[in-house]
Design a protein around this ligand. Structure first.
Ligand code: MBD
Ligand code: FE
Length: 284
């Protein structure tokens, strides 16, 4: 089964996007190495000890323990483990993974990347519907190395939500590769992408992650963002996101995945908005 076979019901639902994200992850997940038992012992013991400590410190009751058990069962039934982990845990993993990087800042991948989007050359428009809603955005720049040299033949893989905050292949009724594409930088290291400005993304409210957000009195929003994976031979690939200055929730991302270096300030042009951003890749 491929991601495109996943049946997602209409209207969009937490279980629809959650189960599609779970299947997408399972298809791509390849555990190659046997886990080191010493490392598993260390990490599993650390997690369990932290949980025991919380139970004692906050005098967790049986009612609260059973509520947690019921909620975790429901997260699985909704397929929302990828969503839960990517929203509330991945930012710390990304911080550790990219601590030594000198080039462009990374950010979390999130649950909605799909490899294999259409390849579009150095410049062009992302696949979109004839009546795609949203302000047209021209997003262009260079891919360079840390020494400042342009990198021709670098790959800029971009995916983002539409003007309603939905991702192709994770919500019903959107063409398969809508707002997803792969660009290859030209001889001067440049790329130029025509798309639309995405909308803020709301965590599905009708699933278990939504239930947690409501129960805790949190908000459910990520700021509008572009997702990118940028790579070039001999260089460390970077997975990142770009945000929009002044956008809603840009300083209150529920996924804690914004960084000052990742905020774009597009300028208004006749056709909509335009912005330049250069990516810098560390050597491998
Ligand atoms: C998203 O679009 C996203 O980028 C993350 C990290 C989590 C949920 C939805
Ligand atoms: Fe996203």
């Amino acid at each position: 089964m491929t991601t495109t076979d996943h049946h997602i019901e209409f209207p969009p639902s937490a279980a629809g996007s959650g189960n599609a994200a779970t299947m997408s992850f399972q298809e791509r997940q390849k555990v190659t190495a046997q886990a080191d038992p010493a490392r598993v012992d260390l990490l599993a013991t650390a997690v369990l000890t932290a949980v025991h400590d919380i139970v004692r410190r906050h005098e967790v009751s049986y009612a609260e323990y059973d509520a947690l058990k019921a909620w975790m069962i429901q997260v699985g039934e909704d397929g929302e483990w990828p969503l839960f982990l990517d929203v509330w845990v991945e930012h710390a993993v990304e911080e550790v993974a990219n601590a030594a990087r000198e080039g462009s800042k990374g950010s979390i991948e999130g649950p909605y990347y799909v490899p294999g989007a259409p390849s579009l050359g150095a410049e062009g428009a992302l696949p979109m519907r004839e009546d795609e809603q949203g302000t047209p955005l021209l997003f262009h720049g260079l891919v360079r190395n840390v020494g400042g040299d342009p990198l021709p033949g670098a790959t800029v893989d971009i995916w983002h939500a539409d003007n309603d905050g939905y991702y192709a292949q994770f919500a019903p009724g959107i063409p398969e590769w809508n707002l997803r594409g792969v660009f290859i930088t030209g001889p001067d290291g440049s790329f130029s992408i025509r798309t639309i400005q995405p909308a803020p993304y709301q965590i599905p409210t009708d699933g278990s992650c939504g239930a947690l957000i409501r129960a805790a009195g949190w908000h459910a929003w990520r700021p509008a963002h572009l997702h990118l994976k940028v790579s070039a031979p001999g260089h460390l690939p970077v997975t990142t996101q770009l945000y929009f200055a002044g956008g809603e929730h840009v300083n209150s991302d529920i996924a804690q995945a914004t960084k000052p270096e990742l905020i774009l300030s597009p300028v208004a042009v006749d056709s909509g908005a335009e912005v330049r951003y250069d990516f810098v890749l560390d050597p491998q």
